[in-house]
Design a protein around this ligand. Structure first.
Ligand code: ITT
Length: 207
């Protein structure tokens, strides 16, 4: 059994990773540790989080940096997705601001505003970045929430291939199509190829 430490403080992300992990992989939560997120891209932030946690945890670990890019808002909220409506904003406040801003730029809510969820996962050992993995899912923003599943912006993210919002999908269905699912599966593929080489570097369980 391979144990992989997950650095997230977001319970929604952790639940998705745990649900999708194959039986031979255990996802252990670690932290939270106070790590800066000052990068200018999802990649930079994911690497920053992974290397910061790796200073505290002597184990193989991964960090997820993700968010929603809305074309009509010039890619906002992007890397600021978690804190769009302020440093302590709730998901509900972030969603309300997104709808308000989309109404404001166009005078009325635009027709099918295009958006994508992006996720970058960074895999690291203490002091060493191993690899990054990126996933993205294309969709449209709707003007009122739909569905009770998921977290964050899921109730506003309409996914055309399935004709539902991410919040209307079963968790397994969401992960099959989501930005996070794509990045996670790419990481699993990498671990299948390189896992043997790094086993010796996995020193202790997550702190
Ligand atoms: P950690 O840094 O501790 O992992 P966080 O929530 O602060 O937690 P991010 O900085 O990566 O993580 O911000 C991600 C935000 O993007 C998240 O809080 C949501 O608002 C949004 N988001 C990302 N993935 C999402 C998804 O699958 N569904 C809905 N919203 C998502």
């Amino acid at each position: 059994m391979l144990t992989l430490c997950c650095t997230t403080a977001n319970p929604g992300k952790l639940a998705e990773f745990r649900l999708a992990a194959p039986p031979e992989l255990q996802i252990a939560a670690t932290g939270p540790f106070d790590c800066p997120e000052t990068g200018r891209s999802f990649e930079e932030n994911a690497i920053q989080k992974a290397l910061c946690y790796a200073r505290h945890v002597n184990a193989l670990l991964f960090a997820d940096d993700s968010g929603l890019e809305v074309d009509a808002l010039g890619g906002e909220p992007g890397i600021r997705s978690a804190r769009y409506a302020g440093p302590l904003a709730t998901d509900e406040q972030n969603r309300a601001l997104l709808i308000e801003n989309l109404r404001r730029v166009s005078g009325a809510f635009p027709s099918c505003p295009r958006a994508r969820f992006v996720c970058v996962v960074a895999l690291a050992l203490p002091g060493r970045l191993l690899a990054t993995f990126r996933g993205q899912a294309e969709g449209n923003i709707i003007d009122a929430p739909r569905g009770a599943g998921g977290f964050g912006y899921d109730p506003l993210f309409y996914f055309p291939p399935l004709g539902r919002t991410f919040a209307e999908l079963d968790p397994e269905e969401k992960f099959l199509h989501s930005h996070r699912g794509q990045a996670f599966r790419a990481m699993l593929e990498w671990l299948r190829k390189h896992g043997g080489e790094i086993q010796g570097g996995i020193l202790t369980p997550c702190g």
